[in-house]
Write a protein that binds this ligand. Structure first.
Ligand code: GDP
Ligand code: MG
Length: 181
């Protein structure tokens, strides 16, 4: 029998205002409060999955300096992480382009699991603002397919379950990586 407990480090990345903090707080509290401020924080969240207790340590950061591969902060995050949540807003084309660039940066930075690619979930947030959509769901899907990532469109504002699915989807991938490494 395997260890019933598992811990995993998750880094949330994306440009400013795409909803990184809103998604994190939604997962932790099931609530959407609207304003989040600029707190650098690592949150812990535990839940049961298939009889296993799983603890996620989630690093939410207000900075965008780490969007460039050259910074030591970005390097530090990649070394710490077992998986990534890459967030963009479906109303913000630039945030989608940045998410795409970040995935390339993550993939080309040496990771502590060695040859194993760290799991990434791409999250198109603000789905409730579909009338202002500038990024099609198909574009997110295609990006995920071509980079071997998971993909979810969610609304931190209106739907808790979508947010939960995205984090759990990532968790399942991390489990597979940890079991095989
Ligand atoms: P961060 O800078 O990426 O951490 O973004 P925040 O979580 O602080 O969110 C930025 C703004 O977008 C805030 O005003 C949030 O209330 C808003 N926001 C976040 N998620 C959603 C969403 O799913 N739908 C809508 N309509 N607004 C959202
Ligand atoms: Mg934030």
């Amino acid at each position: 029998a395997s260890n019933p407990k598992m811990e995993a480090n998750v880094v949330v990345l994306g440009t400013e205002s795409v909803g990184k903090s809103a998604l994190t707080v939604r997962l932790l509290t099931r609530r959407f409060i609207g304003e989040y401020g600029d707190i650098e924080s690592i949150y812990s969240h535990s839940f049961m999955s298939e009889g296993k207790e799983i603890t996620l340590n989630i690093w939410d950061s207000p900075f965008s300096e780490d969007l460039s591969r050259e910074t030591s902060l970005f390097h530090k995050k990649v070394q710490w992480a077992d998986g990534f949540v890459l967030v963009y807003s479906i109303c913000d084309r630039a945030s989608f382009n940045t998410a795409s660039r970040l995935i390339q940066n993550i993939r080309s930075t040496k990771h502590h699991h060695g040859a194993e690619k760290p799991p990434v979930v791409i999250v198109g947030n603000k789905r409730d603002l579909h009338h202002r959509r500038t990024v099609l769901a198909e574009e997110g899907q295609l990006l995920a397919l071509s980079t071997d990532c998971l993909f979810y469109e969610v609304s931190a504002a209106e739907n808790y379950h979508g947010v939960l699915s995205a984090f759990h989807g990532l968790m399942d991938r991390i489990k597979d990586t940890k079991l095989t490494s």
